[in-house]
Design a protein around this ligand. Structure first.
Ligand SMILES: [Fe+2]
Ligand SMILES: [Fe+2]
Length: 159
């Protein structure tokens, strides 16, 4: 049920909206699992071996995120989605890493917002869980930026 009459809470953000937002996050986690499974195996060449291994680690971490987010959706009374966001493919290693980097930036932007939204609804345990996921997403971003030889970009925060 939406909490609309809490005097301390000016926001109109509801639990239903949180469920919908978490389902978007879950679709992004599925996308990340698929992309990392694919890219970790198709990245070729000696220069890519380390990062390919790293991407396989990311794939497993994204699965734990998907399970956590699905668990939160179920707790809130929603139905976890089964649909991933579309995954881009490429023959070029650098392009794959850039796709991953862009996805991680968006994921971080969204989870930063989700922490605030969970807090707003007094769902402090959920925001704590999202913070833990966020730490790993930031590690993913740093690993990808390092592989690309660039400074890790600041993703900002979603609206
Ligand atoms: Fe993730
Ligand atoms: Fe990630």
């Amino acid at each position: 049920m939406p909490k609309t009459n809490e005097k301390t809470n000016e926001s109109t953000f509801t639990r239903k909206q949180l469920i919908d937002a978490l389902n978007e996050d879950l679709s992004r986690e599925y996308q990340a699992i698929i992309a990392y499974v694919n890219y970790s195996q198709v990245l070729k060449g000696a220069a890519c071996m380390n990062i390919a291994d790293e991407l396989a680690v990311h794939a497993a971490e994204e699965l734990t995120h998907a399970l956590a987010v699905a668990n939160h959706i179920d707790y809130l009374g929603g139905m976890p989605t089964v649909i991933p966001k579309p995954v881009k493919t490429s023959e070029k290693a650098e392009e794959m890493l850039r796709f991953d980097l862009e996805n991680e930036k968006e994921t971080i932007r969204e989870y930063r917002r989700r922490v605030k939204q969970c807090d707003e609804l007094n769902e402090f345990a959920l925001s704590e869980s999202i913070r833990e996921i966020l730490m790993q997403e930031q590690d993913h971003l740093i690993a990808l930026a390092t592989a690309l030889g660039i400074d890790p970009p600041n993703p900002g925060i979603a609206d």
